[in-house]
Design a binder for this molecule. Structure first.
Ligand code: NAI
Length: 409
């Protein structure tokens, strides 16, 4: 059990893995100056040592926060993953220790949409093969299979954050936009929902995939789905690597059914830039291959730094856990003029009764109470009117099942 009822200058924040400096600025702007930012990751003893007295930790994808590492971090109050994925953190262990984990799932939406838009124009114009030929010293000047995107139909499969942005941008180019999603979605602009995946595939000149990785989307674009696409159409995948059956796509490109493709994500990707990359698609000049950089831009890095650091500041300042990936989500108003007590506990019968008993016995007026639970953990926030908050906090901490408790003055 631990608490975080400290003045801001004693709240220690460590940022690893070269997180964009905008994160430090956001902490500083909000009064947090005890921030240590380093370029490298930490592991083993070095990580445990660092975590001995860190209150907030920012990482990217390389720092592994296992259950053991988290258990050895007595003061850790929240983790910010300054990236999209959170696989590097044992999320349920963190939750059971009362540690919310935040990330930035949509900070690079625009970057992906722009890349896809640019690649789509290149594909439809037949540029990749002409570019490859020119690099080899060949002159391929012709208008064959070279088109404008204006007036063409784009099918967006997965009409979420990226899909909707892409749709708006594509309409700006004069494209007709249709989409398929498993959830009923409000169409933006003049976009229209297709009645099924196959209808969308069959009606489109260009198909772009923006679905998440789920059991349903694994090999969504298999030989049958590729066959349902119009003869002479184009496919783009900047979603997840296993959404497209790459061998089936290679066969479809070989036969000329698919006229070109742009692929950013692969079923197996090299672990680092020093590893080789192999794909059956490498032999096709009419395929744009990019190393999973759909979301990799300077702007996305800044957005991620701002989004995650703001979430950590908000959690520290007012207790809000909105969009935590592993934790009860509570959105809280300001608590001006009142003390706010946060109590994180095991979600077991009787704990909340004891919490309320502490207030009743202390004759403390509770002005507002917010409660959420997530799996085995409960998070209750109370705005109270009392002068002896220290005694109250001590009594709350002694309740069996308490994981963390803190007060905001
Ligand atoms: P999102 O969650 O906002 O949208 C996904 C949409 O797909 C949702 O509307 C959902 O209802 C829909 N969907 C789910 N299963 C479906 C199915 N079986 N058929 C049709 N629609 C389905 O996600 P967002 O942010 O738009 O991201 C989309 C994809 O892009 C994700 O896979 C994400 O991992 C990937 N991504 C790739 C990046 C890159 O660097 N290439 C960067 C960022 C995201």
């Amino acid at each position: 059990m631990s608490s975080l009822s400290l003045p801001k200058d004693r709240i220690r924040i460590a940022l690893l893995e070269g997180i964009h400096p905008r994160a430090v600025e956001v902490f500083n702007e909000n009064g947090y100056h005890n921030v240590q930012a380093v370029k490298s990751s930490r592991s083993g003893d070095a990580l445990t040592e660092l975590l001995a007295d860190v209150h907030f930790l920012g990482i990217r994808s390389r720092t592994q926060l296992t259950a053991d590492v988290l258990a050895a971090a007595p003061r850790l109050n929240a983790v910010g993953c300054f990236c999209i994925g959170t696989n590097q953190v044992d999320l349920s262990a963190a939750c059971e220790l009362g540690i919310p984990v935040f990330n930035a799932p949509f900070s690079n939406t625009r970057s992906v949409a722009e890349l896809v838009l640019a690649e789509m124009i290149m594909l439809v114009r037949g540029i990749p093969q002409r570019n490859a030929a020119a690099h080899r010293g060949e002159w391929a000047k012709s208008a064959e299979n070279s088109y404008e995107v204006r007036g063409k139909t784009l099918a967006i499969i997965g009409y979420g954050h990226i899909g909707t942005q892409l749709g708006v941008l594509a309409e700006g180019l004069g494209m007709k936009v249709i989409f398929h999603d498993i959830v009923t979605k409000l169409p933006l602009g003049n976009a229209a929902a297709a009645s099924s995946l196959h209808d969308a595939l069959g009606a489109a000149d260009v198909v772009s995939l923006h679905v998440p990785q789920t059991p349903q989307t694994e090999n969504l674009m298999d030989a049958a789905a590729l066959g349902a696409m119009k003869h002479g159409s184009w496919l783009l995948n900047a979603s997840r690597g296993n959404v497209v059956d790459i061998d089936a796509l290679a066969a479809s490109l070989e036969s000329g059914h698919i006229l070109g493709a742009a692929i950013d994500v692969f079923p197996t990707e090299p672990k680092g830039n020093d590893q080789p990359f192999e794909s059956p698609l490498q032999k096709f000049d009419n395929v744009i291959l990019t190393p999973h950089i759909g979301g990799s831009t300077a702007e996305a890095q800044i957005n991620i730094a701002e989004e995650v650091s703001s979430k950590l500041v908000r959690y520290s300042d007012n207790g809000s856990t909105l969009s935590a990936v592993n934790f009860p989500e509570v959105t809280l108003p300001d608590h001006s003029g009142r003390h706010r007590i946060m109590h994180i506990h095991r979600n077991e019968p009787g704990v909340l009764r004891q919490v309320n008993k502490v207030f009743a016995e202390g004759n403390v007026n509770v002005a507002a109470q917010y409660l959420q639970t997530h799996n085995n953990v409960g998070y209750v926030v109370m705005d109270i009117e009392t002068t002896d908050v220290k005694d109250l906090l001590a009594r709350l901490k002694s309740i069996d099942g308490t994981l963390k408790s803190r007060v905001l003055y």
